[in-house]
Each structure stands twice: as structure tokens, then as C-alpha cells.
Design a protein around this ligand. Sequence first.
Ligand code: ADP
Ligand code: MG
Length: 679
Amino acid sequence: MFKLNSSITELHRVGKTTASLLKKLGLETIHDLLFYFPFRYDDFSQRIKIAELQADSTANVQGTIELIQNKKSFKRRLYLTEALISDDSGSLKVIWFNQAFLTRTYHSGDKISLAGKISEKYGQLIMISPISEKIYSSQALIHTQGLVANYHLTAKLTQKQIRFLIFQASSLAGQEKDWLPIEIRKKLKLLNLQTALQQIHFPKNTSEIKEAQQCLGFAELFLRQLKAQIIKQELKTKSAWPIKFQEKATQEFVSSLPFQLTNSQRKSAWQILKDLEHQEPMNRLLEGDVGSGKTLVVILAILNVALNKKQAVLMVPTEILAQQHFSSISKLLKKYNFKITLLTHNHPDKNAAKADIIIGTQALIQDKVKFNNLALVVVDEQHRFGVNQRQKIMEIGKNQQLTPHFLSLTATPIPRSLALAIYGDLDLSIIDELPLNRQKTITKVISEKERAQAYNFIRQEIKAGYQAFVVCPVIDPSDKLGTKSVKEEYKKLSTKIFPKLKIGLLHGKLKPLEKEKIMADFLDSKIQILVTTSVIEVGIDVPNATLMLIEGAERFGLAQLHQFRGRISRGSKQSYCFLFPSNEEVLTEKTKTRLQAMEKYHDGFRLAKIDLELRGAGEVYGTDQSGFPELQIASLFDYANIKKAQIEAEKLISQDPELKKFPVLKEKLQEWGKSIHLE
Ligand code: ADP
Ligand code: MG
């Protein structure tokens, strides 16, 4: 029998390949599975007799297989599996595409349960590619009946697979230790953790989901707050190098720039430079929407540190971004002759500890570089780092007598009050205006009919010297009909649509050096159109790129689309973002409204909120939720819960700073964050 800390491989149907895919999601033990929360539920609670089915409804149908067979469709190069299912009221045709293996699982005479949308074709009702499972008298239906949980997955794993594993794991939910102090749980009327874990994966009704989310959401926010309070206390006991403000040199540098700083940039820089003068280590968050010019504020801080003959580190989440910061900072600070170095997996530097300014990725923490003079650590796009990694970042320079000052950057445009509650330990600087020269990106949802016209427009703009991004949801062609992959799109654009233009392909699976080359070529305008996955989401700054075309736009969260769009509109030229749905069928009223919000609004927080309202809680967090703090289950918009967690955490820490009376909580706090990984 397996235990909570048993490896996933002890479960049924987990071989090596599956285990390594699960590991990518941070899932290695039974316990990890229990804490892998769904982001959405399908409602298949309506079990309907075949005779009563209606087109366009979503239903659960149960019946006997009369007939099942595979066919090959030459025209569309597809395998079709056709079946006829009947219950005592009538029979229904069902088809699946490219799932020929089904005929090995299901046979005539089997009882089967199906869930999905009912469509109408040639006057006949039909179910297309429903979810299915065999009915056994001894076993509950977990995929096709009731409220069925959906999880964020990587390619090659299926919802059914993970659900089946979590179902097995759920028998051990009762053994999880509840870390919430019992007084708090009682006071806030929360479920116990064990029940909440059961209900979040296999709820009987929507109120069970709500109760579970309430409990698990609070628990998560509470841990976060506790951690924040503990860090805050720890930093108070330490000291840092006071960095003297080099007023004259700073002013000279600022006036040498080709533009004026915005007021917000000025104010934030001033707050940071003031903090740096103190002996108490700075712990500050610089928040500003994409394109608001955070890098420049950081450069001012770094300049002052270097002029004080101390070292500064800039940590970024991706290799591409490190490259880019390295070259732009080297250029801007050229005349000072500082020793600036790049430290990534691709560019190891044994002498990094001797440089004045070090720009790097997580290789910096893995290589355990020992600095002697490190006075400032800046973390760009901090929401991209897991909690655990952030903790390791806080440990850079731990060997020194003095602690570095810390500055984190985020593009999450959350309002001040909320940011203070979420990042309880940090002081806050906000850049709430864009540089004056900016124009809002003109954004348009484009239907298939208008595609050619959009391509023409792009051709013209490129002729005029501008560049374009084409973003696709996946790398490889997938089974799902209509999901655009970068590889197919690259081929199509470079051979059929724009054969005369220079087109590049960028995605996460390329070798690091290839990626570098492509990015460099794009920056040099040697590539005119860059076909890419979401790897360009963070930080990249190519002011000459003013066009973006997003394929399968409905598959992204609005906050993420907003981040993508932040890659263009970086100069004074008017920029354009075209949103293409995967196909006409996905463009329901709701999806249309969602995407049209992108046409109207240019504020990331507002867009995330609209997304939440339209898609329902749950879908906004998780991998879709880029730009926001990685909340597994709590909602960023649940201000009341966030506030409660803050109050309870502060109270607990003031009563028992070392959590002596709460060993389970203490243990949880140490392990927490392990499951949150980088891309
Ligand atoms: P982000 O806040 O998203 O990190 P960046 O720091 O990359 O934004 O800045 C985006 C672009 O705006 C850069 O090309 C930068 O040189 C430019 N920029 C920064 N500040 C200003 C300003 N005050 N006026 C005009 N352009 C600016
Ligand atoms: Mg940036």
C-alpha cells in the first residue's frame, strides 16, 4: 500500500515516461498530487436520456455500445472512430478523431458513459469527441459524470490520466496533516484540510467546491503572509552597506539619456536611492506595467552602487532576457568602465565574483557564486521565480558580513492596497504612467475572412521597415484540431504567405545558442517576422517591432495577452495587435466578449479581472496567469481573504515568532514553495 510520501510510480499506470512528464509539473509523490489543484470544472451533472438530448447542450449520456469501428478519412488524413450508443429511449451517433485506440478499449455490448457537447449535423444529433469511460458496477464514474475537475497539464498528459492518478491518491487525503492552527480554522469556519482536499478534486456540488476553495485559498495566503512576516523580521536584524547617493553623476547620466524620465520613474528611483543610503537592508518591490520603463530605474540604482565601489547583481528568469539586459546595460554604462559580466548556463563565468555588475539567470544561485562586496540584488520579473528560488536569491551574499539590499521588479499592475496585502514584507514603489511618447496598441479581433487583409497590412508595415511577432500556443502540431503550432505556422508563413520576407522561428525547445542567435537577428532586423511561443512573454524589448499577430488567442488568459502585447508599443510608432481565434467554432459570444476586452482596455489588472468574471474563478490563476503572483488556488481578487490572512499571520507571529507551538505549521512553511517551478 502506498503512503503520502510514496513516489507516484507506485500508482497504477505510471511508467517512466509518465513519471518524467509529471515531474515537470512538480509532481513526484502522492502528496504532490493531492495538492495539484484543478483550475476548472466541467459540469456534466445533467444526465440525459438520448431521446431528450438537445443540440448545443452539454450532457452526460450513458448507454450500451451497439457498434464501434475505425475508419480512415483520406480527405482530411484522419482516423475516425464511429460508434452507435443506445439507451432505453433511443440511439445516438458518436465520433472521435484520431483516437483509433478506443476500439481496443471499448467493444459492442459494453456499457459506456459519455460527456461533452451535443451537436447537430445534417439534421441529426451527434456527439463529437466526447470524454468517455466504461461503466463498471463496482466503480464510481470520475471523468464523465457530475462536476469533473480539469488540471493544467503539459503536452502528452491527458486530463483522464491525471484525474485517475489523483483519484487513487485521494484515498490518502485523510492522512494529510492540517497545518492551520485550529483556533483560526474555527474562527473563520473553514473546512479541515483533509475534507477540503477531497472536495476540491471530487466535489458533489458547487458549494463543496466553494468551501474547499475557501479553506485551501486561505491556507495558501496564510502561509504566504507568514513567510513574508518572517523574512521581514529576519532582515530587521541584519545590516547592509549604506550606498551614498552620487547626485551629480546620477544627474549627468539622466541628462545624457535621449528622453526625459517620467515622474513615476523619478519618484521610484528617488525612493530606492534613499533606501540604499540606509544601513537597514532595503526590501522593495518596483511595480509597473509592461513598457513603463522599470529597467532604467534599476540602472540608476546599479550605477550608484557601482560608483560606491560595491557590486550589484541583476537576476532575470530567462536566458534571452539576461542577454538583452547585458547588452543594453553595457551600452548605457559604457563610459564608466565598470566590469560588467553575464552569468548564465550558456555563459558561465568563473570570475563573476570579481565583476562590478553581474547579470544572470538562476545559474547564479546554482553556481553558488561567493561575492565579497555585493550590496544590491535586483530580481527582474520576480513573479517568474518560484517561492523557493526567491528564497535562494535572498541567500545570495549570505557569506558576507553585510546583507545586500533587495529590489524586486514586477509588471503586475495590481493596486497599491492589494499589493501591500499580498507582498506584506515589501516596501512598494509604483510606476503608474507610461512614457509620454507611447501610443496605445490598436488591438483587433480578426475573423478568418479578414485574415488575408491582415496579412496585407503586415506586409505593408514590414515594407516600411517595421517588424512583427507571430505568437502561437504550441510548438508542435497537436491532435487538437485547429491549434496552431509555431512549426506549422512558420512553414506556412515562410513558404506561402510571405516567401520574400525573412522569417525566424523561436521556441523553448531550441538549443540555447540557437535561441540567442535568433533573438540577436531579430534585434538587428535581420529577421522581419518572428514566429514564436510564449517565450517572448517576459521582458524582451525590441522597439522596432510594432506588429503582433496572436494565433489561438482564446487559449490565453487576458492578462497574458496583455503581457504579449507589451512586447510591441515600445517606441513612439503606432503599433497593432491582431487576435485570431483558433477557428470560427471557438468564437462563442463569451469568447468574443473576452477577446474584445483587449480592444477596449489597456490595463493589465482590469483585464485580469474581466477574465475572472467571464471565465469564472480558477481559470485565471495557474499557468495562464502570467504577470501575477503565483497563487495556486487563492484568488488575487479575493481581497477580504487576503486581508484576513494578513491579520492572522501578523497576530500569530507576534505571539509566537518562532512558531514553537505550531510544529506542523513550521514544517509546512519550510517545505512550501517546492512545488512551484520555473518555465
Ligand atoms: P519594462 O518596465 O517593461 O521593463 P523597459 O524598462 O524595458 O520596460 O522600457 C521599455 C522601453 O521604454 C525601453 O526601450 C526604454 O528604453 C524606453 N523608455 C524607458 N523610459 C522611458 C522614458 N522616460 N521615455 C521614453 N522611453 C523610455
Ligand atoms: Mg522589463
